[in-house]
Write a protein that binds this ligand. Sequence first.
Ligand code: GDP
Length: 297
Amino acid sequence: MFENLSERLSGVFDRLTKQGALSEEDVKTALREVRVALLEADVSLPVARDFVKAVQDKATGQAVTKSITPGQQVVKIVHDALIDTLKGEGEPGALKIDSPPAPILMVGLQGSGKTTTTAKLAKRLKDRDGKRVLMASLDVNRPAAMEQLAILGVQIGVDTLPIVKGENPVQIAKRAKTQASMGGYDVYMLDTAGRLSIDEELMRQVEAVRDVANPRETLLVVDGLTGQDAVQTAENFNDRIGISGVVLTRMDGDGRGGAALSMRAVTGKPIKFVGLGEKMDALETFEPERIAGRILG
Ligand code: GDP
């Protein structure tokens, strides 16, 4: 049975009798448990190591108030440090979509939930922010993916760029830009093709689209259940394409959330939204508190 971090730490501190300031040794003992908990939550080893080191510096010598136990004190320090690491600058979920029509580039691997997330985000921009949104699928190799976006568009009342056979992704991106300008749209979203794994052709294609579209936001959609693979994907896309944020999907599943921490630490880019189901309104702004809660158990 998985024992949560609070319980683990209470156990550790029950064995310690000291009162007042936590000694360095006490903190070390507790932080070993923190590290195990982070690794169990799927945080990568180097990130867990760095994180624990930062917490250790903060925790050493901090006075323990009478009302709480040392275990809780350490949990609080860890919790606050998690929030600090996870939170982005500015409002959660804020997007740079001034100066219409603002292009948003959606990138990610096939099956990550990219098309679903494109539509969810379009709906959110329309319903909450009153934006006029145009969506375009650039997945020329999978006609079914293009049709999927068109069907979702009808379902949520958001326009999609008409499908023209024989165009390449760059041509579609240019047409989307023209139509968005002429049609008075605030935002146009480019749903790029995915692959089952990262390959050179995918990256070249996304680069070419990025270069013509000059996106205001480049959002990487990753499956939150894939743990360390998701972190690797984020690192690759960020190095090659330069992302502005991440959308973590399938967070309605039982993933432990450690990937979020690793991703943030490795790419330096904020997680902006989380997908919480298949329905079109199952997209929420990323709340660091919730993920911290998941990681701490
Ligand atoms: P794409 O290949 O990346 O475009 O992936 P799709 O958007 O087609 O999504 C693949 C599957 O994942 C679909 O069945 C979606 O309904 C499902 N999906 C997407 N996002 C979520 C999510 O946040 N939670 C759950 N449970 N399913 C999701």
